[in-house]
Design a protein around this ligand. Structure first.
Ligand SMILES: NC(=O)c1ccc[n+]([C@@H]2O[C@H](COP(=O)([O-])OP(=O)(O)OC[C@H]3O[C@@H](n4cnc5c(N)ncnc54)[C@H](OP(=O)(O)O)[C@@H]3O)[C@@H](O)[C@H]2O)c1
Length: 446
């Protein structure tokens, strides 16, 4: 890989130079192994340790298919989906790979006894397959994680509805936590040129997800002045949701679990903050029995106290079972709850009387289509939305990086250096960077 890294770092290699680089037949990658899927049997979710299941080693470079590209990965980031893959919950991702492998001769490549994970990257295009016209070797890129085929009619209004829609590096193989990644060329987007490799890689999945869930007409369709309740406001998704609300003229009501996280939300410009640990909400009397509507009311009263009596127009939901009943309750008449996840459990319970009598709506949202991802990345490139990178690990430390996210011991996004030998490289527009330096570094060193 040294020749590839040298070409990238030289700063003057042409597209032809990149096209002529010899590619290795193996590359270094972070992967889980099919032999390990039962390794955590009998342990609780919290006890399952990604450091034991995530391996870093050499894997074979897959064949390059039509419409695809190899990308030399300079940096990647940890997403919660790598937590799920590494603890084999709620299901092992090898089932996804087996199913994908049955689709065609070409997709069989993905069905392997190892799964190279990771759904974000920044890097440089090394080689493109047949039919790729918009990208060429040497292009500096980021990749969004939507993999679609679009052979059938279903995805042609909104590609998220394609019957063969998958999340790259989670439901497909050859993900971004590696030195080389295999992507479809319609996952590629220009790398924001004022950012380092690790800063450019980090927003990807969560930025586009938050954009669709909150801003897009496919999600919350947020408008100026909306009160938006954001769970986990300094986390992966929440760090971007908070920025979108402020950028779009709304009022974020940020829920966080400690004072450090509250300080981050404040530094982004949020004024209305609820520390859920301090308030000690107990929406469930006990984990498996009934919820306590008195606690929903106490939470709603706290929101009114902060907003001067107003209720919530949009709830940005993802914790799921633990919070969903409260989320439905505190939404205003006619408001929406947008949900993309269930971190604390996927069997939700809420009082439907509050929903239907008050004409509230629950809107499901999942990642983002190419257009939405492009718009979200463009806002980063324009310096209107900023990365939320708090810390960076090396590829060899990927297990620890994933454990941090699993334990909710992180802020914003956790980055991973892949080919990049150190942090701080890859900035092509230092003048623009200088204008946004404080905002870019907001989550650093907390
Ligand atoms: N469908 C999609 O396309 C999509 C995309 C991205 C992520 N996701 C899913 O969304 C979830 C969050 O992802 P993320 O990247 O934002 O993760 P993250 O970085 O861990 O942030 C989630 C935040 O939620 C808060 N939280 C966790 N458990 C909670 C609970 N029981 N009650 C209230 N708040 C809780 C925590 O903040 P505090 O401790 O400060 O409250 C945490 O920082 C994951 O399940 C992930 O798989 C789905």
């Amino acid at each position: 890989m040294q020749n590839i890294l040298e070409a990238i770092q030289s700063g003057n290699a042409s597209s032809e130079d990149f096209a002529n680089l010899e590619l290795p037949d193996h590359y270094r990658a972070a992967y889980v192994s099919k032999d390990d899927v039962d390794m955590f049997e009998g342990l609780t979710t919290k006890e399952k340790d990604p450091r034991k299941s995530l391996h870093v080693g050499d894997v074979a470079l897959p064949e390059l298919g039509p419409g695809e590209a190899y990308v030399a990965v300079m940096a990647s980031a940890i997403n919660y989906n790598t937590v799920w893959t590494s603890i084999f919950e709620p299901v092992s991702t090898f089932g996804f790979l087996e199913r994908y492998g049955r689709v065609s001769e070409l997709t069989k490549r993905h069905d392997l006894p190892y799964h190279v994970v990771g759904s974000d990257l920044s890097g440089v295009v090394l080689k493109t397959g047949m039919g790729v016209n918009n990208w060429k070797p040497g292009d500096e890129v980021v990749a969004h994680c939507l993999s679609v085929d679009l052979e059938g009619p279903d995805g042609h209004n909104d590609t998220m509805l394609d019957t063969e829609q998958r999340i790259w590096g989670f439901e497909t193989n050859f993900g971004g936590l590696a030195h080389i990644a295999l992507v479809k060329s319609n996952q590629l987007m220009p790398k924001p040129d004022h950012l380092t490799w690790e800063e450019a890689a980090a927003p990807g999945l969560v930025n586009a997800t938050a954009y669709r869930q909150l801003v897009s007409a496919n999600g919350g369709n947020m408008k100026q002045g909306d009160n938006v309740l954001i769970w986990g406001a300094s986390g992966g998704l929440g760090g971007f949701a908070t920025q979108y609300v402020l950028n779009g003229g709304g009022t974020p009501i940020c829920v966080v679990s400690n004072e450090e996280k509250a300080a981050i939300a404040r530094s982004m410009g949020a004024e209305l903050i609820i520390n859920r640990s301090e308030e000690a909400y107990k929406f469930w009397n006990d984990e498996n029995t009934k919820q306590d509507p008195k606690e929903w009311k106490r939470f709603g009263a706290k929101i009114r106290e902060l907003t001067g009596g107003e209720d919530i127009d949009i709830v940005f939901e993802h914790p799921g079972r633990e919070t969903f009943g409260a989320s439905v309750f505190v939404t205003r008449k006619g408001g929406v709850i947008t949900t993309c996840a269930s971190t604390s459990g996927y069997m939700h319970e809420y009082d439907n009387r509050y929903l239907w009598m008050n004409l509230k709506r629950i809107i499901s949202s999942h990642f983002a289509n190419y257009r939405e991802s492009w718009e979200a990345n463009r806002l980063i490139a324009q310096g209107k939305i900023h990365p939320t990178l708090s810390q960076t690990y090396t590829l060899d430390e990927v297990g620890q990086a994933t454990l941090d996210v699993h334990k909710n011991a992180h802020q914003g996004k956790v980055g991973v250096l892949c080919l990049a030998p150190e942090e701080g490289l890859g900035v092509r527009n230092p003048e623009m960077r200088a204008k946004h330096e404080d905002a870019i570094n907001r989550f650093r060193g907390v």
